[in-house]
Design a protein around this ligand. Structure first.
Ligand code: 0L1
Ligand code: MG
Length: 262
């Protein structure tokens, strides 16, 4: 740990203010090159506790940077995680106000809801399948607070892994009835196909990503909780959107998720 408590608090507010008021900041490691991974997670968890203290409910978690392609695209070495706040959540058919965001991008994901708490270390794909109540299709809207989406892994962790909004729809299904590895996804924007993918893009299988999340959280003595909504990571590349765009994502065996940026 390289940063003191006062600096962690200051940086948590710095990132959260940028998120709430939708403005760009430069990556934290430019000013604090000595920042460690522990500091970065401390900043994220401090912002989360500050939101909770103000009455915001944290309703789940997300994994990010879960594909080799995405890690390469962003120039980072490992996946990361973040939390989902109540006001991030939208339903099928939603209209999302783009002026409240900076430079949003959309990506198709499988969401998990647990019927039991899930704890690492040593959590594996079988534990995740046994603890899953149901899975649902989702589209995550990421919105890095960093200028031009330029960051390193520590800075992105401090910025809650670019969490911003998510839309859920389609059908809730039993994970045991699905092959999430081969499950196909078609993303359309304004009726044009912009991305295709399959569940295996997410660390080989989306449930593997949830196991990794439980193991990463265990490093801080934290666990995934029953009933939490958990985004497992992007099946498609993240696509930039603009005002007026209609997003429609079709998930094999799970239905579709549609919404609009207004
Ligand atoms: O959900 C994601 O995979 C995004 C994680 C953070 C990196 C980014 O903003 O692209
Ligand atoms: Mg994502």
């Amino acid at each position: 740990m390289a940063l003191d408590k006062a600096t962690i608090e200051k940086l948590a507010k710095h990132c959260e203010d940028a998120e709430i008021n939708a403005y760009e900041i430069t990556k934290i490691t430019d000013d604090y090159p000595e920042m460690t991974y522990e500091d970065a997670f401390d900043i994220q968890w401090t912002a989360r506790r500050n939101k909770e203290a103000r009455g915001t409910k944290i309703i789940g978690m997300k994994m990010g940077l879960t594909s080799q392609a995405k890690m390469k695209q962003m120039g980072v070495e490992n996946p990361c995680y973040g939390y989902l706040a109540d006001y991030f959540a939208y339903g099928d058919g939603a209209e999302i106000e783009i002026d409240k965001l900076i430079h949003p991008k959309v990506e198709a994901e499988i969401a998990f809801v647990l019927k039991e708490d899930l704890a690492g270390p040593g959590c594996h794909i079988g534990d995740v399948i046994a603890a899953t109540d149901f899975v649902m299709p989702a589209v995550e809207v990421i919105d890095s607070r960093y200028k031009d989406f330029k960051f390193d892994l520590k800075s992105v962790i401090a910025d809650n892994s670019s969490s911003s909004r998510y839309v859920t729809g389609g059908q809730a299904r039993d994970i045991k009835d699905l092959d999430l590895k081969t499950l196909g996804v078609v993303m359309e924007i304004n009726g044009e196909i912009v991305q295709l993918g399959a569940g295996a893009a997410v660390l080989g299988h989306p449930a593997t990503s949830i196991a990794m999340l439980a193991n990463m959280m265990a490093e801080r003595g934290e666990t995934l909780k029953k009933g939490e909504y958990i985004l497992s990571g992007a099946i498609t590349a993240a696509i930039a959107v603009k005002k007026g765009d209609n997003v429609n994502v079709k998930f094999q065996d799970l239905g579709s998720v549609s919404f609009k940026f207004v």
